[in-house]
Design a protein around this ligand. Structure first.
Ligand code: CS2
Length: 498
C-alpha cells in the first residue's frame, strides 16, 4: 500500500482536505529558510503556499535545519509535503502545504547549504532559529567566545551558525557578482532585523580581522549593502504529539510523519524593504509597513510576556497547558493585571488597539483544542524574559508607574527552574544557562542573593540604573513563592485563590 503523504498520493486525499492545486514541479526556489521547525511550517510556509496557489512560481522554499535531521527525515520522503491542522473548539481543518520544495541538514552538508544560499535565484533568506541561536553575550553583543562562533571564524567554508552561513554566502555572492539576498528575521526579538544585522556585522568584523592581506573586507558591505528588514510574526504552534499523528493519519487515510498543529489566528507584520523583490504577501493578509517596532513591542510584551507568566505560574500551580492555566481564576486575574501594567509602556500614537488585542489574546489562550503545553513555553527563559518582561519592567520603573506583576513572572521563572527535579520532573524544560543556573539554585541562597546572581548570569538589566530596585522587587515575590507557592504570591497582590 502506498500509505505515505507525497506528490503521488496527495490527490487521493479526502475532499475536505485542502491540497496544493498548483503545479509544484513548475515552482523554483526563491527563499532559503533557516530553522524549518513547526512554527515556520504553520506560518511563513502557509503564506508562501497561498502566493504559489495564486500563480507565483519563483518563491518556493528550501528549508534548512541547523541542527537535527528530524524534519528532513520526516518530510523528504513526502516530497516536502505536510499537513497543517488548524484547530479550535469548532473542529479541525486540514490543509496540505506545498511551498517547501526541498530540505537540507546543515551539520551533514554545510556545503549544500552554502550552495543554496549562493544560488542567484535565492533572493530572500528567512530565519526562525529561536532566541538562543543568535548567540548573544550577556551584554547583547555577539558572544565571540561561543565555541560555534570560534569554529565558524576558523572554518568559513563549513559553518555551524546562522551568522557563519549568512556571512560566507554574502561574501561568495559578492565575489561572484550576484546581488545580495534580503535577510528577513522572523524570531521573537525586538527590532529583530536590526538586531541580526548588528550581530552579523560584528561577526563579519571578526572575520575581516583574521583575513589575509588582499582579501576584500566584508563588514562594510554587509552593513551597507544587505537589507535586514524587521518583522513581527504570530501564530501559536504547540509541539505535535503522537496522538496528533495518529488522528491526522486516520483523517487523511495515509500517514504524515510530521503534521503541524495550530490555531486559526495568524499575523505577520513586515517592514517593506526587499531590494531583490518578494512574494505578494500583502494579498494574503500580511501587513507590509515602514516601521514594525510598535507591533513587535505589543506582541512581545502582551502575548509573549503573558505566555511566560502563564507558563511559570501555571507550572508552579500544577497546570500542564495554557488553556487550563488561563481558566484558573487567579492566573486569569494576574494576566489582566500584567497587561494593565505593560500597556502604558507601549508607544502611543502608533494606532495600537490594545483593548481589542488583549481581548483577542484571552480568546486565543482559552483555545482548549490546542493543548499548548506550559513546559514548551517555559524553555529558554533566560533568552526570552529580557524582551518580554524585563524591558517593560524597567520602563515602568523609569516612568514611576506601578510595577508588581511583571516582577512576579521573573520570580516564577527562577522558582520553576529550581522546582525541576523536585516538584516538577527533572528536565521538564531547559535553558541554555542550565548548567550554571542549576549550580546556583542548588546552593539555596537567600532570595535577594539568588535573584542578584541570576541577573548577573543572564545579564538582565545590565548596567541599568534601576537594576537594584528591580532585583529587590523580584526577590519579594521569590520569598513568597518559596514559602507557600503562587497562592501566597497572588494573595500579596490582592488576588485571592479560591
Ligand atoms: C511562546 C511563543 O514558546 C513561547 O515562548 O510564547 O512561541 C508563542 O506561542 C508565539 O510567539 C506566538 O506567536
Amino acid at each position: 500500500m502506498n500509505s505515505r503523504l507525497s506528490n503521488a498520493t496527495v490527490a487521493s486525499l479526502p475532499g475536505a482536505v485542502v491540497i496544493p492545486r498548483y503545479d509544484r514541479g513548475a515552482v523554483t526556489p526563491g527563499i532559503v529558510h533557516l530553522g524549518v521547525g513547526a512554527f515556520h511550517r504553520a506560518h511563513q510556509a502557509a503564506y508562501v503556499d497561498a502566493c504559489l496557489a495564486d500563480g507565483e512560481t519563483g518563491w518556493g522554499i528550501i528549508g534548512v535545519s541547523l541542527r537535527s535531521p528530524d524534519t528532513r527525515d520526516a518530510l523528504s520522503p513526502q516530497d516536502g509535503l505536510y499537513t497543517l491542522a488548524v484547530r479550535d473548539s469548532a473542529g479541525e481543518r486540514l490543509q496540505v502545504i506545498g511551498s517547501i520544495l526541498s530540505l537540507l541538514v546543515a551539520p551533514e552538508d554545510p556545503g549544500a547549504v552554502l550552495a543554496a544560499l549562493t544560488d542567484p535565484r535565492i533572493r530572500i533568506v528567512t530565519l526562525t532559529i529561536t532566541e538562543k541561536a543568535y548567540l548573544r553575550a550577556a551584554d547583547g553583543s555577539l558572544d565571540e567566545n561561543h565555541p560555534d562562533i570560534v569554529h565558524d571564524l576558523a572554518n568559513p567554508g563549513s559553518p555551524k551558525t546562522a551568522h557563519g552561513f549568512l556571512t560566507e554566502a554574502i561574501a561568495r555572492r559578492r565575489a561572484a557578482g550576484t546581488p545580495p539576498f534580503t535577510v528577513l528575521c522572523c524570531d521573537n526579538l525586538p527590532a529583530n532585523g536590526a538586531t541580526l544585522h548588528r550581530l552579523l556585522v560584528e561577526f563579519a568584523k571578526l572575520r575581516d580581522a583574521r583575513a589575509s592581506a588582499g582579501d576584500r573586507p566584508l563588514a562594510g558591505y554587509a552593513a551597507d549593502d544587505v537589507a535586514f528588514p524587521s518583522s513581527m510574526v504570530d501564530r501559536i504552534v504547540p509541539a505535535t504529539t503522537d496522538a496528533d499523528r495518529t488522528r491526522i493519519a486516520q483523517e487523511l487515510g495515509i500517514e504524515d510523519a510530521w503534521p503541524v498543529m495550530t490555531e486559526p489566528f495568524r499575523q505577520w507584520v513586515v517592514e517593506d524593504r526587499f531590494p531583490a523583490g518578494r512574494p505578494a504577501w500583502e494579498k494574503f493578509g500580511v501587513t507590509m509597513v515602514e516601521d514594525v517596532g510598535p507591533f513587535e513591542d505589543m506582541k512581545l510584551r502582551l502575548l509573549n510576556g503573558a505566555h511566560s507568566g502563564i507558563a511559570y505560574l501555571g507550572l508552579l500551580s500544577g497546570h500542564a497547558t495554557v488553556d487550563r492555566a488561563f481558566a484558573d481564576p487567579s492566573i486569569r486575574q494576574f494576566v489582566d493585571a500584567l497587561w494593565a501594567e505593560a500597556i502604558p509602556t507601549l508607544p502611543e500614537g502608533a494606532g495600537l488597539d490594545t483593548a481589542a488585542y488583549t481581548a483577542e489574546l484571552a480568546e486565543r489562550f482559552s483555545n482548549t483544542a490546542l493543548a499548548h503545553r506550559t513546559a514548551q513555553i517555559a524553555n529558554d527563559g533566560s533568552q526570552k524574559l529580557p524582551q518580554r518582561i524585563i524591558a517593560s519592567a524597567l520602563e515602568c520603573l523609569e516612568a514611576g508607574t506601578e510595577l508588581v506583576h511583571l516582577t512576579l513572572v521573573v520570580a516564577a521563572w527562577i522558582e520553576a527552574c529550581a522546582a525541576r527535579g523536585k516538584t516538577l520532573p527533572e528536565g521538564h524544560f531547559t535553558d541554555p544557562l542550565d548548567a550554571v543556573l542549576t549550580a546556583l539554585l542548588d546552593q539555596q541562597l537567600p532570595a535577594n542573593e539568588t535573584v542578584t546572581a541570576v541577573f548577573d548570569l543572564a545579564g538582565f538589566a545590565k548596567d541599568h540604573a534601576e537594576r537594584r530596585t528591580l532585583i529587590e522587587l523580584v526577590a519579594v515575590h521569590l520569598v513568597h513563592l518559596r514559602r507557600e507557592g503562587p497562592v501566597l504570591a497572588f494573595a500579596a497582590l490582592g488576588i485571592n485563590s479560591r
